[in-house]
Design a protein around this ligand. Structure first.
Ligand code: ASP
Ligand code: MG
Length: 405
């Protein structure tokens, strides 16, 4: 008997019709004789009654008056509502189930309310219920401290609950059900012919998730990767198997990387480029600038340090603070707001000549200037003007043949 973890996101649980689809996937795996642990998110999106953002909104009206501990108590309710509704639906289908909070499921965390880390998972209780023939429903996004306090794992944390449970239970697979047909070659709102991928490596999806693709939480992938548990990202609303996330070596063995230097594109908008020219000696400037950013909690990206000065980016929200700090240091920064960071990601690009040449050609043929670039062995990043984003993504998507199956 195989153990499968199925995680259902908010849009999969938002209304009765969606929940019928959820039920279909549970019944299929149940009838196939699998043991099932179901992880649920809060229902729906911002604005819908029990969504996490809606719960937050209830207290935002009162300023920041709710302490972090109590905020986590409030936030944990969304998942509890989903889990209870799902339990009642399973009962109507004659499938016996039990609902557990994160703490009851044995998910122990540290006490950083709002962004707790899982420290341990005690699986005895889940194993006991599975051996009783029950489907175990676990509320995602939450755990419990050793003192019995309820904690939440940070926004998007129910993916982490799912892969952490999958790892602790040595699941055969963790299925992340969402509202898209798996991991796409690019964001379909920007690239009309973006296409689902049948498989990606853990590293590739981590890069995609860290660079703006919102399909799965990067921390969830890291946990699965460490434990070597396969993950499938798939749609609740279809029977497609979606995208298998697995080890790079498995893709290499299947020859997939042989014909795929680039796997997909991701992007981040609302980025500001800052440049500071050096007048007084490089070390002095470099140290002053990055120390000032660090001590004020401003995260920097796209960092280019040269004897002539430094270039880097900050998110739009930090722009004014960053400029103010630079002025305080006596620098007159060059500021370019409204930039976007495009990531060209592919585990197969390592050591392959010509990838940057294709990027430069595609963008320059479309008249798009590259403002800055950086690279690692699986990703090339280019900074462009946000105005050029749609054109750039489409040009790169075509240049790498990502629309072709
Ligand atoms: N409901 C939580 C959130 O909206 C957790 C999740 O959906 O993964 O962040
Ligand atoms: Mg989510």
């Amino acid at each position: 008997m195989d153990l499968i973890v199925q995680k259902f996101g908010g849009t999969s649980l938002s209304d009765d019709q969606s929940r019928r689809h959820v039920l279909r996937h549970i019944i299929r795996e149940h009838e196939a004789g699998n043991s099932l642990v179901i992880v649920v998110s809060a229902m729906g999106r911002s604005g819908e009654p029990y969504a996490t953002d809606s719960l937050l909104h209830l207290v935002q009206l009162n300023g920041n008056s709710l302490p972090a501990r109590e905020r986590d108590l409030l936030l944990s309710c969304g998942e509890l509502i989903s889990a209870s509704v799902l339990c009642s639906l399973l009962n109507t289908e004659g499938i016996p189930s039990v609902t557990l909070t994160g703490g009851q499921a044995g998910i122990l965390t540290d006490d950083r309310f709002g962004s707790a880390r899982i420290t341990e998972i005690k699986t005895e209780r889940i194993h006991k219920h599975l051996s009783e023939g029950l489907v175990v429903i676990v509320t995602g996004f939450q755990g419990m401290t050793s003192e019995g306090e309820i904690t939440t794992l940070g926004r998007g944390g129910s993916d982490t609950s799912a892969t952490a449970l999958g790892a602790a239970l040595s699941a055969k697979v963790v299925d992340i059900y969402t509202d898209v047909d798996g991991i796409l070659t690019a964001d379909p709102r920007w690239v009309s012919n973006a296409r689902p991928l049948s498989s990606v490596s853990y590293e590739e999806i981590c890069n995609m998730a860290q660079n703006g693709a919102k399909v799965i939480h990067p921390r969830a992938v890291e946990i699965a990767m460490k434990a070597g548990i396969p993950v499938r990202v798939r749609s609740t609303f279809s029977d497609s198997e979606g995208t298998l996330v697995t080890h790079a070596q498995a893709l290499r063995n299947q020859g997939i990387w042989h014909d795929r230097t680039v796997t997909g594109l991701a992007h981040v908008r609302h980025v500001t480029q800052l440049g500071v020219v050096n007048h007084n000696g490089p070390a002095d400037l470099q140290l002053k600038v990055f120390r000032a950013m660090a001590s004020h909690g401003i995260s920097v990206d796209f960092i280019n340090v040269m004897p002539t000065g430094v270039h880097y980016t900050v998110s739009e929200n930090d722009t004014h603070k960053a400029i103010h700090l630079l002025h305080e240091l006596g620098f007159e920064p060059h500021v370019r707001e409204g930039c976007a960071k495009v990531s060209v990601i592919g585990g197969g690009m390592n050591g392959e000549p010509g990838v940057m040449a294709i990027i430069v050609e595609a963008l320059s043929d479309s008249g798009i200037p590259i403002l800055q670039s950086a690279d690692s062995n699986t990703t090339i990043w280019v900074l462009i003007s946000e105005e050029d984003l749609a054109k750039a993504l489409q040009a790169l998507h075509t240049a790498f043949g990502l629309h072709l199956a």
